[in-house]
Ligand binder design. Structure first.
Ligand code: SF4
Ligand code: SF4
Length: 261
């Protein structure tokens, strides 16, 4: 039996999640030895045809050509994993979903008539079935290695559940919100980074996106009590995972409350 085949695909993104894989310096040779890499634009010009046992997909879908390409990749892939904030919620480029796309294109490009953009930037799961998602901007190296080794051994990957707050408790980090030091999105953010920011006395800004049980509406009054005005809270919710439905809905409701006033 040959080695399992791996492909790494790029859509609308900055390449940071692909770089996380390249960053696995110590483990990279073992990975390269355990799989046949068929496509990985950040690492090799090699471009072999499918099928692919595992596809790691970075980036969001923002053009009609990308919407077609991801369907072809899905058809040729056994296990498809969306990696990073762009692939799992649309990424920072989905901020344009909250603005006038035509106006942006007119301001930025001398010939917007050559652009072919979808009205909305969307995550991979909005276009095809996704088997697993790795969150983060960028993804966490340990999670990526854990996922790859599980898939190679035919195991189900054990991905973190719960919120960043759980990881603060595990690390013994004092809570920035409780101590009134910093606004923090940890209570509504998917665990997985190991609470990096709070461990350096920085509030979590939500780069892993909302957790399954996130309730942004419950956190908003807490952020207000720390002195944040509603437009500041909307800006906090609209960053790397702005288009994640729970964050988008909470931001829209806050904005709408002011529109109605
Ligand atoms: S510092 Fe932030 S992430 Fe950590 S426990 Fe407090 S609210 Fe949660
Ligand atoms: S603490 Fe929050 S912002 Fe910082 S790396 Fe973790 S999820 Fe991202």
């Amino acid at each position: 039996m040959g080695k399992p085949t791996l492909a790494v695909w790029k859509f609308t993104s900055c390449d940071g999640c692909q770089l996380t894989l390249l960053d696995c310096e110590d483990e990279l040779l073992a990975i390269a030895d355990a799989v046949q890499i068929k496509h990985f634009p950040e690492a090799t010009r090699k471009d072999l045809p499918g099928p692919f046992d595992v596809s790691l997909v970075e980036g969001s879908i923002s053009t009609p050509a990308e919407a077609e390409r991801i369907k072809r990749i899905r058809e040729e892939t056994g296990t498809l994993v969306a990696i990073g904030a762009c692939a799992t919620s649309g990424g920072i480029q989905a901020l344009r979903n909250f603005a006038d796309l035509d106006e942006f294109q007119r301001i930025i490009y001398p010939h917007p008539e050559f652009l072919h953009s979808l009205e909305q930037v969307a995550p991979i799961a909005a276009h095809v079935d996704v088997d697993y998602e790795l969150r983060g901007c960028p993804i966490d190296k340990r999670q990526l290695l854990g996922l790859l080794s599980a898939l190679l051994k035919g195991r189900r990957p054990d991905l973190p559940k719960g919120a960043v707050c759980n990881e603060c408790k595990q690390r013994g980090v004092n809570c920035l919100l409780v101590e009134g030091k910093e606004p923090c999105l940890g209570p509504i953010t998917q665990a997985g980074c190991g609470a990096i920011c709070p461990s350096y006395n920085r509030g979590c800004y939500g780069c892993f996106g909302p957790s399954d049980s996130a309730q942004p509406e419950a956190l908003i009054p807490v952020l207000s009590r720390l002195g944040l005005a509603d437009p500041d809270i909307v800006r906090m919710l609209r960053t790397y995972n702005a288009a994640a439905p729970k964050l988008a809905a909470a931001g829209d409701r806050l904005e709408g409350a002011h529109d109605d006033a």
